[in-house]
Each structure stands twice: as C-alpha cells, then as structure tokens.
Design a protein. Structure first.
Length: 359
C-alpha cells in the first residue's frame, strides 16, 4: 500500500478521515523527477524569452511541489537548483551572468517561501491529527453512551421483571390470604347476626379490589410473551386489559403473523405502546384507542391512535416523563419516534424501526 504525502481516505473505527503520510522511496524519486523536469522546462523557457522577461516566479511551482511532498530540505534543494538554472540559462543565451547579489536575493525569497509552505504543511498535519483524535474520542464516547444506555435499559427491564414477580408472588398472595381471613370473619359475624357484617363485607370487597389492582400492576411490569416472538400477543393482552379495566374500546389492528425476533426491540415497542395507551386513558380521556402494528420488507411500524383531547401544539418544558420514556425507548432500538395531533381531536403516536431484509 502507498503511504502518500498529501491526503488519502482511510477508515478508523468505521469512519473516514483525511490523513498525511510519508512517501515510499520510489514515489519520492518520482516526485523528485517531476520537480527536476519542471525546473528544466522553466529554465528552457527562460532561455528562450531572454533576460528581459524573468521566469523566477514560475520556479515556485517545482519548489512548492518539492516542499510539500519531500519536505523543507527537498524544497530548498530545488530552490538552489532553480537559481542555478536561471543563471545557466542566461549564460547560454549570451546574457551577462546574474550577479551573486541577485542570485542570493532570489534564493532567500525561495527559502522563505519554502519555509512558510513547510510550516503550513506541518500545521495542517497537526490539525488533521487533532481532528482524527477528537473524532476517535467522540466515536468512543458515543459508543460508550450507547453501551450505557443498553445497560440501563437491561437493568430497568430486570427491575421491572423483579417488581412484577414480587407484586404477583408476594403482595398478591398476601392480599389473597388477608381476603380469605376477612371472608371467614364476615361469615362468623353473619352467623351471629352481628351488625358489623356490612363493614366486614366492605373490607372484603376493598381487599379484592386491591388484589385486582396489584395483579394489573404486576401485568404491566411483567410481559413474558415478548420473549417468544409474541409482540402481537402482548399487544392483544394490553388492549384487553385496558378495555376491561377502564371500560373503553381498545383494539389491536394488524396481521397476527407479524413477528419480531429481536426480544429487545419487541420489549421497547411494547413499552412504547403501553405508555401511549396509559397517557391516552389518564391524560387525554380517550374513549377509543387503536393499536396498529404493520411490517413490510424494510420497516416495522407501530401506531397508537386515540380520540382524546389531543396532543398540545406547544409542548411543555420540560417534556413529560412519559414522552421522554417513549422517545428514549425508540432511540435504543434506532427507531423514528413521532407524536402529533390527529386532526382536531386525538393523538397519533408512531414508531418506525428498520428491520433487516428478509432472506
């Protein structure tokens, strides 16, 4: 592979950057030959034009080429050669030899030009190196942030599962035992025709309601269907639970054959749907919610449409926690997330994520 002085494209951590490198020996000889050829051409033209028209300015081309690609020493060498060529062309043309003072002044100007160009090249190399270092640092920071986001999401998922299991296995069982004890107490009071029977029945009813609420909370934390390509099953369960609990119309639209093999993606999509449905019920007073899941060869689309009071034109600052959670969940799976009004009433929540092409 060549290591050219100048710019070339390279890949570092999956990105492209412009880099400078030193030339190989054979390439150095090629560049040196080009510089000598240019000096010879300018010298020949100088010989043809005579003393009246100076060609000193045109020698800057080979000097620039040598300085940029061969370094300051190479540029100075070509500068000396250019001055010598000018003097020789004048002698061959029958013109008096250029004075040493004029030759020295020309050489000094060439040396200053080569030095400035060399310093510029050095600055560009340092700037390029800093850009590449900062790009690499930024890429590392972005990768680290993505890793931390995934770890946080995984920790949150495990905590949700743990809370769901604790609610279902501990609190629900405890409340069930309490309800049975309260039922026994109510029956004893009823056999003695005690006036406290009515209060005992209320206690039993309240405990049973607490059991239902706890089970609903546990169901929201824990969704085992998502581990087995069951996103549609989980969405149907979410719709049925919402319709039963809040006494509203909540339906799922979409082909039952739509499946998501990536459990992390399915989990985030379910959480987005769950949060959107919760917001529609609690904050938008919706009476109908449609959950739509569709898929083509390139994209999976989740849409939640409600007929509530509608999404505000101006978002509050800071945005609500639910909206931030949905947006963050979409970002974790690389999805495009959008929330907008559904005409005059209602809200449309859309999450589109690219999927690998089917093979």
């Amino acid at each position: 592979m060549w290591r050219l002085i100048g710019t070339r494209r390279t890949s570092e951590n999956g990105s492209s950057a412009r880099v400078l490198a030193l030339p190989r020996p054979w390439l150095s000889r090629l560049i040196l030959g080009a510089c000598l050829l240019l000096v010879g051409c300018v010298g020949y033209i100088d010989y043809l034009t005579g003393y009246e028209r100076t060609m000193l300015l045109f020698y800057l081309l080979p000097i620039s080429l040598a300085t940029w690609f061969l370094g300051l020493i190479g540029g100075l060498a070509i500068a000396v050669l250019s001055v010598v060529t000018t003097m020789v062309s004048d002698v061959v043309a029958g013109i008096p030899v250029m004075g040493f003072w004029n030759g020295g002044m020309g050489l000094a100007l060439y040396a200053v030009f080569a030095s400035v160009l060399s310093n510029l090249r050095t600055l560009l190399r340092e700037l390029d190196q800093r850009v590449r270092e900062r790009t690499a640092a930024l890429q590392h920071e972005v990768a680290e942030r993505e890793r931390l986001d995934k770890e946080i999401a995984e920790v949150a998922r495990r905590e949700r599962l743990r809370l769901g299991q604790d609610l279902h296995d501990s609190l629900c069982q405890h409340l069930t035992g309490t309800a049975l004890t309260a039922q026994v107490l109510r029956e004893k009071l009823a056999r003695r025709s005690a006036p406290e029977v009515v209060e005992a029945e209320k206690v039993v009813r309240y405990i049973e309601q607490g059991i239902d609420l706890t089970r609903n909370l546990a169901r929201g934390f824990f969704s085992p269907e998502l581990e087995a390509e069951g996103l549609m099953v989980a969405l149907h369960g979410l719709a049925e639970h919402t319709a039963e609990r809040f006494q509203i119309a909540c339906v799922v639209e979409g082909a039952d054959g739509v499946s998501v093999r990536d459990s992390a993606m399915a989990t985030q999509l379910y959480r987005i749907a769950q949060e959107a449905v919760t917001n529609a019920v609690r904050h938008a007073a919706a009476q109908r919610i449609d959950i739509r899941l569709s898929r083509d060869d390139r994209e999976l689309t989740l849409t939640i449409v409600d007929d509530g009071i509608g999404f505000p034109h101006q978002l509050p600052q800071p945005e609500g926690l639910g909206l931030r959670l949905m947006s963050h969940g979409a970002a974790l799976i690389g999805a495009n997330f959008d929330v907008r009004r559904n005409g005059r009433i209602g809200t449309i929540v859309t999450c589109k994520v690219s999927i690998p092409e089917r093979r």
